[in-house]
Design a binder for this molecule. Structure first.
Ligand code: SAH
Length: 243
């Protein structure tokens, strides 16, 4: 059953009013009627089973019948990615589907794209909402406002175990560094033209592990999806080994 996004849902909600684009989709596309059951999430781990009790021209009322929660898996995996000329939405969509909980867009030395408008930022948030609905996730990833790369690294290392993908690294692989992750992980992927050597050195000075993703030079969006998928599935397998 599809999940709908209702950010106003709380544990104590008895009724919800839907009047935005979701309303048009539910009423006109899905042709839902009074008495139909809908499942909604607030994007913060809360799920609600609701029944439609009223439909008017511009909104509908849902009665909340039951709620449940879904915990985030641990450790949380975040992705820091250099804003690209294209394909930022692809990165957000695919990595949200994979289970990335937080995005840190940044600007590196060799960035082609050097700004992100409010409209473009809101587009990324809309893509993330569509992605959690599509993959039945109840955790809407947080997308942070873009930072300069060095500023981001200064902020990251207190709360995250940073792992940076560098195509010139030829020794250290991803799984060997993941084994030593002792807190939430932040994966880092650079711009179309790659990182400057001094950016990689700066990352090392901020406790960042540098890893190779193999001998092929991947496009930035491919590298982002690849490192996210490998990290998430590595953690899943490691966790299941503990049951
Ligand atoms: N510097 C390369 C392209 C960089 S690809 C060139 O000019 O052709 C963009 C980003 O993807 C890189 O900054 C890096 O973070 C990541 N990446 C691509 N291939 C990689 C690999 N084989 N190993 C590690 N990271 C890689």
């Amino acid at each position: 059953m599809p999940i709908f996004y209702t950010p106003t849902l709380t544990f104590s909600s008895k009724e919800l009013t839907i009047s935005n684009s979701e309303f048009k989709h539910i009423k006109n596309t899905l042709r839902k009627k009074i008495g139909d059951i809908l499942v909604t999430t607030n994007g913060k781990g809360l799920l609600a089973e609701c029944v439609i009790t009223d439909i008017s021209a511009r909104s509908m009322i849902l009665e909340v019948q039951a709620t449940s929660t879904k915990e985030k898996s641990h450790p949380h995996i975040a992705l820091a990615f250099s804003l690209l000329k294209q394909h930022n939405e692809l990165i957000i969509e695919k990595c949200t589907e994979l289970g990335i909980y937080e995005f840190f867009p940044f600007f590196a030395e060799r960035n082609v794209k050097t700004s992100l408008s409010t409209h473009q930022f809101e587009r990324l948030e809309k893509v993330a909402i569509a992605a959690i609905k599509q993959c039945d996730s109840v955790h809407l990833p947080k997308i942070h406002k873009p930072l300069a790369f060095k500023k981001l690294l200064e902020n990251l290392s207190q709360n995250y175990y940073p792992v940076l993908a560098w195509e010139e690294e030829n020794r250290q692989g991803l799984h060997e560094v993941l084994e030593y992750a002792n807190k939430d992980i932040c994966l880092i992927v650079g711009p179309e033209g790659g990182f400057e050597k001094q950016e990689v050195d700066f990352a090392k000075e901020h406790s960042t592990q540098i890893v190779s993703l193999g001998n092929h030079i991947l496009r930035a969006e491919t590298a982002a999806i690849t490192i996210a998928a490998n990290t998430i599935f590595y953690q899943l397998e490691r966790d299941s080994a503990f049951y």
